[in-house]
Design a protein around this ligand. Structure first.
Ligand SMILES: Cc1cc2nc3c(=O)[nH]c(=O)nc-3n(C[C@H](O)[C@H](O)[C@H](O)COP(=O)(O)O)c2cc1C
Length: 247
């Protein structure tokens, strides 16, 4: 067989592909656990950042010691042993304010305590924006209605438009806003345009983002879903009855 024969060229090309694919597969399998570990650290960092507890000078794991994670069955609002990730709930379209169609029956929530006293409850939330599903956390103060932090860690909205949901100064106004009104309805809403501080509902309102009205509507809707009756409301009611927390 001559050095330049078609068969020889194809054989060499095949062997190169085979060796490369084996190398890539071995690397992917070998690095999987490290990737999962990094994802977990990243999630913890996001939770700490959104709750305003993150100090870059300290290790994430060390700081996360003050946060405990618990699984909650959303329908009953009760803590359950472990998150049953396979058990999913198909959301009836009329209920589906977040536009997510299905959700787990139980969700992992995060509690920050100091000397046995609840400081913050951090809840994962997600829902459709204009182009993407937006994933974030909302942190609530011990009254379980005042926001102590909010932010997204993953979305695919347009940078400069919907992507401004990551804008620090926009996010900073969420702290201190109030989720529920006297009738315990979710009143939190991102407006189209700025909040009028003199408005009777200003404590529930967030400035709009120009050029991102549709993304902002997604943010209001996903929060209405997750903080409402079909989301964390039964859990928050249970916590409130227990005088703050009784896990
Ligand atoms: C390329 C492109 C990307 C856009 N991305 C977003 C987006 O991420 N979020 C959003 O709400 N609107 C986005 N828009 C704008 C929407 O089409 C719509 O005009 C806007 O939400 C209306 O907001 P406004 O009333 O504040 O102008 C985009 C428009 C274009 C042309």
């Amino acid at each position: 067989m001559s050095r330049d024969s078609t068969r020889k060229v194809l054989t060499v090309a095949f062997l190169v592909c085979l060796v490369c694919s084996i190398l890539v597969s071995v690397a992917a399998i070998g690095l999987k656990s490290r990737q999962e570990q990094n994802q977990e650290v990243e999630k913890r960092r996001n939770i700490l950042q959104i709750a305003g507890l993150y100090d870059p000078a300290q290790s994430v794991d060390e700081q996360f010691k003050k946060v405990s994670s618990r699984s909650v069955d959303l329908a009953s609002g009760q803590f359950v042993a472990a998150s049953d990730v396979d058990s999913r709930y198909a959301i009836p379209p009329a209920e589906d304010l977040a536009g997510i169609k299905v959700r787990p029956r139980s969700m992992e929530v995060y509690l920050v305590e100091e000397d046995g006293t609840l400081q913050q409850v951090i809840l994962p939330v997600y829902g459709k924006g204009l182009w993407s599903t937006m994933y974030g956390f909302i942190a609530l103060a011990p009254d379980l209605t005042t926001i102590s932090g909010f932010g997204f860690y993953q979305h695919g909205e347009t940078p400069g438009l919907g992507g401004e949901i990551d804008n620090r100064s926009w996010l900073s106004q969420w702290r201190g806003k109030v989720v529920y009104n006297e009738q315990d309805e979710v009143k939190l809403k991102v407006l189209k345009g700025p909040v009028d501080a003199a408005h009777a509902e200003a404590q529930h309102q967030i400035d709009g983002i120009s050029g991102a009205t549709l993304t902002a509507r997604g943010v209001s809707n996903l929060l209405a879903y997750w903080l409402g009756e079909n989301g964390y409301r039964p859990f928050l009611d249970g916590l409130r009855k227990d005088g703050g927390m009784q896990p």
